[in-house]
Design a protein around this ligand. Structure first.
Ligand code: IPM
Ligand code: MG
Length: 370
């Protein structure tokens, strides 16, 4: 029996409601498996701006580093939208990613069979399902490159003075590319053994380096079929034939964009979990892909399933309890199969739905039966 230390960052909007649900499910896992989970709740994002005057208090990062895993709800909201860049709630996310060394972001885009009608794509395009794992590099590239502004004295071709110029640099080294590729290949080995590197190698030097590192690493995974796709084409292929993808590995910026697109294809963003991982043995961070949804915050109707599924990823990747993780996922599927829905995933407007707490209880009931 192990006692796991979990740092919980409820954050903003619906964050506190959905993390509470995931913690309830983990408690049920503890009751059944004999393990226990000790939660330490800390502030980050808008909540921390309000209580401590900064988006990521030092104490939050310290406690996160000392734990076995971090569960995060969501950060951000209109209340803090007018703050400058590094004072905004989102700065907490970047600080946690960098501070915990979370270089690999795993985002699933799965179309649950019971929710097939939710996809905005034509039924014939998703009839074979969608099951894509996007492995996004998370601590490098343009998000963390050199940035700044300079007053220019030069002029444009027509003589107009340039004025201020801003720049954000995309930068990747071989070691950063290699370690994210390995996460991608290891995931592909557990899945359908197909990996697509998405880049812009017809233009960007960083992408050309990604390709040459991939050529080298792919030799170590002969069972995995590797291909390359330009990001503009990939965004088109995702809506043309999502079934062709298994694992996508890509840079921070491209991963940000494509994971939203892939999430939308499932039509149920309230269902999608994510994991952010660093080197083995360090705490991973788990959060739903959906944001803080301030419009429905506090109403008790948020869909907690993405956060519950994120807790399942935590059991698998950080806590060494893959069987319990799989059971939680199965419990969520059973709940859907029985027709239980939250407001965001009801088939027709006006259909009855369960609130956050009620659907959490249903998941726990199903989990306890497994
Ligand atoms: C995400 C978000 C963040 C990102 C923002 C909120 C900083 O869009 O996690 O995808 O761009 O990484
Ligand atoms: Mg994003």
């Amino acid at each position: 029996m192990t006692k796991y230390k979990i740092t919980v960052i409820p954050g903003d909007g619906i964050g506190p409601e959905v993390t509470e649900s995931a913690c309830e499910v983990l408690k049920a896992v503890g009751r059944k498996s004999g393990h226990s989970f000790a939660y330490t709740e800390v502030a980050a994002g808008g909540a921390a701006i309000d209580s401590c005057g900064m988006p990521l208090p030092k104490e939050t990062l310290r406690l996160a580093k000392e734990s076995d895993a971090v569960l995060l709800g969501a950060v951000g909201g209109p209340k803090w939208d007018n703050l400058p860049g590094d004072a905004r709630p989102e700065a907490a996310l970047l600080g946690l990613r960098k501070g915990l060394g979370l270089f690999a972001n795993l985002r699933l885009a799965v179309l649950f069979p019971e929710l097939r009608d939710a996809s905005p794509l034509r039924p014939d395009l998703v009839k074979d399902g969608v099951d894509i794992l996007i492995v996004r590099e998370l601590t490098g590239g343009i998000y963390f490159g050199k940035r700044g502004r300079e007053k220019k004295v030069e002029k444009l071709e027509d003589g107009t003075p340039k004025g201020v110029e801003a720049f954000d640099v995309e930068c990747y080294c071989e070691a950063e590319i290699e370690r994210i590729l390995r996460v991608g290949y290891n995931s592909a080995m557990q899945r359908n053994k197909h990996l697509t590197v998405v880049d812009k190698a017809n233009i960007l030097e960083t992408s050309r380096l990604w390709r040459s590192v991939t050529e080298k690493i792919s030799k170590e995974y002969p069972e995995v079929e590797t291909d390359f796709m330009y990001v503009d084409n990939a965004s088109m292929q995702l809506v043309r034939c999502p079934k062709q993808f298994d694992v996508i590995v890509t840079s921070n910026m491209f991963g940000d964009i494509l994971s939203d697109e892939a999430g939308m294809i499932t039509g149920s963003i309230g269902m999608l979990p994510s994991a952010s991982l660093g080197v083995p043995g360090t705490p991973g961070m788990y959060e739903p892909v959906h944001g803080s949804a301030p419009d429905i915050a506090g109403k008790g109707i948020a869909n907690p399933l993405a956060t519950i599924l994120s807790a399942a990823m935590m059991l698998r990747y950080s806590l060494g309890l893959p069987r319990e993780g799989a059971k939680v996922e199965q419990a969520v599927s059973e709940v859907l199969a029985k027709g239980f829905r939250t407001a965001d995933i009801v088939e027709n407007r006006g259909d009855s739905f369960l609130g956050t707490k009620e659907i959490t209880e249903k998941v726990i009931d199903e989990y306890e039966k497994l």
